[in-house]
Design a protein around this ligand. Structure first.
Ligand code: KIV
Length: 279
């Protein structure tokens, strides 16, 4: 086990105490370098199971395993000092029983040093959330569009329009009452997100929800333009790094083929340079 406590990072109680205050800032991360870039800017960083689609080319998050989450969790943990790390429980690691959820959540936390786990589901997961919290595992809930359930939801649709609104509200109440320290609201109408934020006592973290939520989260590769397979409406592209990286790769390929790379400054002579006085 490689758990090492970080110094300044907020914990679940600190995040919980931010309800109604300055908005919480969060992004996903899957690697050490990306975690380092966001450490000073985020309150918490989520090792999301979106890693399956973003880095591993899977069509959904359903194929993400515990092993993948542990490996990416360890990588992200090495890049964080001041942001809290939350880690997703992958599909089929928590739904069967609270006891199995505890075993897997404990493994994720002890092997990655995450400060909390996130799991998807509302009313139906309340018992599991209560079980985990009572045994020392802080839980961030995730309701609205829950991507691990796309096969029963029928796709990545907005959740909570019209008569569905009451069910999403019930989910929010249930996870708050069960002891979750915060809840992600994904792809719910903005008025419903505002109503939930007003009503429940834990911070709401919006993704495709409302600027009125207590915080926001985005998938980092979406917002910097690395993941270009598709762009959900709720994503704002703050940069277009994908096309920039591709242009750099194309230039490198052309220079290799033209033998203009490596140039003189990139190769080594057969004699070590003399150690003259520094000027
Ligand atoms: O896996 C993920 O990236 C997530 C966020 C989009 C909330 O769950």
């Amino acid at each position: 086990m490689s758990a090492t406590a970080r110094k300044k990072a907020p914990n679940a109680q600190d995040i919980r105490a931010r309800k109604g205050g300055e908005p919480l800032v969060s992004l996903t991360a899957y690697t050490t370098p990306m975690a380092r870039l966001m450490d000073d800017h985020c309150d918490f960083v989520l090792v999301g199971d979106s890693v399956g689609m973003v880095l591993h080319g899977l069509e959904s998050t359903l194929g993400v395993t515990m092993e993948m989450m542990v490996m990416h969790g360890q990588a992200v943990s090495r890049g964080l000092e001041s942001a809290m790390m939350v880690i997703d429980m992958p599909f089929a690691s928590y739904e069967h029983s609270p006891a199995e959820a505890f075993r897997n959540a404990a493994q994720l936390m002890s092997e990655t040093s995450a400060g909390a786990v996130k799991l998807e589901g509302g009313v139906e997961m309340a018992e599991t959330i209560r079980f985990l919290v009572k045994r020392g595992i802080p839980v961030m809930a995730h309701i609205g569009l829950t991507p691990q359930s796309i096969n029963t939801l029928g796709g990545y649709k907005v959740q909570g329009r019209d008569e569905q609104a009451e069910a999403v509200l019930e989910d929010a109440r249930a996870v708050a009452e069960a002891g979750a320290f915060s809840v992600v609201l994904e792809k719910v109408p903005h008025k419903l997100a505002d109503q939930i934020t007003d009503e429940i006592e834990i911070p709401t973290i919006g993704i495709g929800a409302s600027a009125g939520c207590d915080g926001q989260i985005l998938v980092v590769d979406d917002m910097v333009g690395f993941f270009t397979a598709f762009k959900p409406k709720f994503v704002k592209r703050y940069a277009e790094l994908g096309p920039l990286a591709e242009a750099a790769i194309a230039e490198y390929a052309a220079e290799v083929r033209a033998r203009t790379f490596p140039a003189d400054e990139h190769v080594f002579s057969d004699q070590a340079p003399s150690k003259g006085p520094k000027t």
